[in-house]
Every structure is written in C-alpha cells, then in structure tokens.
Design a protein around this ligand. Structure first.
Ligand code: TXA
Ligand code: MG
Length: 348
C-alpha cells in the first residue's frame, strides 16, 4: 500500500489537508493521527471492513476491543444505551481530554469494535488536529494506538512510520504527543466505577467526583487467572525488544544498587542501559549507558515510550528502570513499566 505522510502544524492547521484526510477516513481508508496521549490509527467506526483493516495493519488480536473517538460529547448518545447518572459530570469535567469511558453500547456499534462485549469505550480527544479530523469526517472514528501490536505506543510520527509505513493510507505528522501515555479507561457500567487502565487523567482527579473509585487488581501486579476487564491489558504490551527489570526502593540507595546490578549483568556479556526517572543521584550514571526522563512525573510519562524505543535502537539486552511513585500520572508510568518488564521487579 502507498502511504502518504502529511505534515500539519497543530498551532496553524491547514484545513485543506485535514479535509483530504477526513475524506479518506470517511470512505474506508486508514489514517494515523496525533492525539494528546499517543498517535492513533483511525478508521470509520461504522464501516466493518475499514475496522477490520486496523486489526490487520497492527497485527492486533481480534478479541481486543477498540476505542471510539468522537469530536463532541453530544455524539455519545447514539452510541450508548443509557447515560449513567454520574457520567455527565465526568464528561463535562474531563472531555475533551485523556480519558475513555466504558458505557453499555447501542445497536449501531459493530461487533468488531467491541470484540463482542455489551459495552463500548468512547473518548473525545483534545488534540486540535484529532478533534478537527474527526469533526470533518462526520463519523465516529475507531482508533487504537498506531503501533504494531506489542510495541510501545507511538508518541511521534517517526514511531508510526517505523511501525506502519506501507500498511496505512495516510500518516499525519502533527509533532510530539504531550501526555505520552494512553488515556485512562474508566468503566462506568460497574458499581463502584473502576479504572481499567491508568492514564492521562489521574485517580486523584477522578476521586474528587467519584466516591469509592476502584482500581482493577491486575494493574500493578501479575494476575494470570483473573479475567482482565479491559481485554487489551492481558497482552504483553509496551514491550521493547530488550528485557526490562524495574528497580524499586529508597532513592537514596537506588543508584548504588542499580550500578551493582549493572556491573554484574555487564560482566555476563550483556549490553545494559539504565532508565533514569529520579533526579536525585542521576549524575552517578554519567559513565554508563542511560536515558534520562527524570523531572516531573508528567515529564517522565511523556518521555517513557520514546525512551523504550531508543533503547531498542541501541540494541540493549537489558534495561534497568528506576521505579516511580504510584501517584498521579506515576500510576500510569508504573503500570506501563511493569508490563514492559513482565512484572520483573527488584525491591531494594
Ligand atoms: O489514549 C488512547 O486511549 C489511545 C489514543 C489513540 O486515543 N488509544 C488507545 O487504544 O490506547 P488501544 O486500542 O491501544 O487501547 C484501548 C484499551 C485496550 O486496553 C482495550 O482492551 C480497552 O481500551 N477497551 C476498549 N473497549 C473496551 C470495552 N468495551 N471494555 C473494556 N475495555 C475496553
Ligand atoms: Mg495500544
């Protein structure tokens, strides 16, 4: 397939170019586009053949449902059976933005989107290119992250090109994604409401509006026999080719312990890199392979997937990753790191 790359400045959108991409989407084509979280691979959600092509391009298992993206909350009603009573407040507060809400679905949502579930996941992204593209297409857009299945999600157009060039019609290059981890998936069909995937909107933010909000038990620990409620969470996601070990403990001794581990793995002939997430003691790594994504938790989140891809380009055998706190967007960072590591953690 011939893939067109179209560059669009999010601060000065060229509407002609977006209209062209929207028409390709509407008529059944595949268009990768930036959102505030990660790049998405879009298709007309009401066109089964187009949605099928998403699964083929990504190599995605068909039992993993897709998020439906809309340009305005007012389009939710026809996709769902009923609006849960506390959902309106969450929608008003957090849409457009990095949160996906799971509702009971209406009949117009094709089975292929929901992988046969009775529910549908919906989100209004806030990235201006994403919003305008969906609006111009005048249909709901199904969009998983625009990576090959199993690879870290793409946060730049270059990442999408690496994974999907030749497999999709258009890749819109709209620069770097701000949040860098995917949207929070909040299931409002369950009582109490449950976070199925931590993401851009934090548990702390949601707790202000939802009493007794729950976290799916499998998010921070391995739960092989539990059936994951977000089917996508069971796959070994976000994985770079290199092995990952998360190292967790007091920051005062973290760098010393990591350097010990580094030395012992290097002596077995492995190529090892350190993923730095803490500012304290980071100078101690200056003589060894490292990628520094420390600073605020937001900065760490936005640099995480890019760093995992960069380690792969460096052909690392092993990444030693400093843990972060399970607070704010740190919860999403830890969830992605633990998954990349297959829950392999060294506690010090
Ligand atoms: O930030 C994001 O959410 C990005 C951008 C492109 O919007 N999209 C994204 O899509 O991350 P994807 O397909 O990579 O992840 C969707 C997650 C999966 O874990 C999937 O299992 C879950 O949402 N999901 C989708 N529909 C669901 C449903 N009806 N019930 C429960 N989980 C659902
Ligand atoms: Mg994904």
């Amino acid at each position: 397939m011939k893939t067109q790359i179209i560059k669009i400045d999010p601060l000065n959108i060229d509407h002609k170019k977006l209209e062209y991409a929207a028409n390709v989407l509407k008529s059944g084509g595949l268009v990768a586009f930036p959102t505030e979280t990660v790049y998405g691979l879009g298709a007309n959600a009401l066109n089964e053949k187009a949605v099928k092509a998403i699964f083929t391009a990504k190599g995605r298992p068909s039992d993993n449902p897709l998020i439906v993206h809309i340009s305005d909350a007012k389009h939710t009603d026809k996709l769902i059976k009923a609006m849960p009573k506390n959902a309106e407040q969450i929608i008003n507060k957090f849409w457009p933005g990095p949160i996906t809400i799971v509702f009971e679905r209406s009949k117009i949502v094709p089975d292929i989107i929901t992988a046969g579930l009775d529910t549908v996941a919906i989100r209004v992204p806030s990235n201006p290119i994403a919003m305008k593209l969906i609006e111009l297409s005048s249909v709901p857009i199904a969009a998983p992250s625009a990576n090959s299945s199993g690879k870290p999600s793409p946060t730049t157009a270059e990442h999408v090109i690496e994974d999907l060039f030749g497999k999709v019609d258009i890749i819109i290059d709209g620069g770097v994604c701000q949040v860098g981890v995917e949207s929070t998936v909040l299931d409002m069909t369950l009582e109490p409401n449950m976070i199925l995937r931590p993401g851009g909107v934090t548990k702390e933010q949601l707790s202000l509006y939802i009493k007794n909000i729950q976290l799916d038990a499998g998010l921070l620990q391995k739960s092989e026999d539990a059936i994951p409620k977000a089917p996508g969470m069971k796959y070994k996601h976000y994985s770079p080719q290199s092995e990952v070990i998360v190292v967790r403990g007091n920051v005062k001794v973290l760098s010393r312990k990591i350097k010990e581990l580094y030395t012992s793995y290097v002596s077995t002939g492995k190529k090892v890199g350190v993923l730095i997430t803490n500012t304290e003691n980071k100078l101690e790594y200056s003589d060894i392979n490292n990628i520094d994504i420390s600073g605020s938790l937001e900065k760490t989140a936005s640099g995480l997937f890019k760093a995992l891809r960069e380690f792969d380009e460096m052909n690392m055998d092993l990444i030693l990753a400093e843990a972060v706190v399970n607070e704010g967007i740190g919860l999403a960072v830890m969830n992605r790191l633990l998954k990349a590591a297959g829950y392999n953690v060294v506690n010090i």
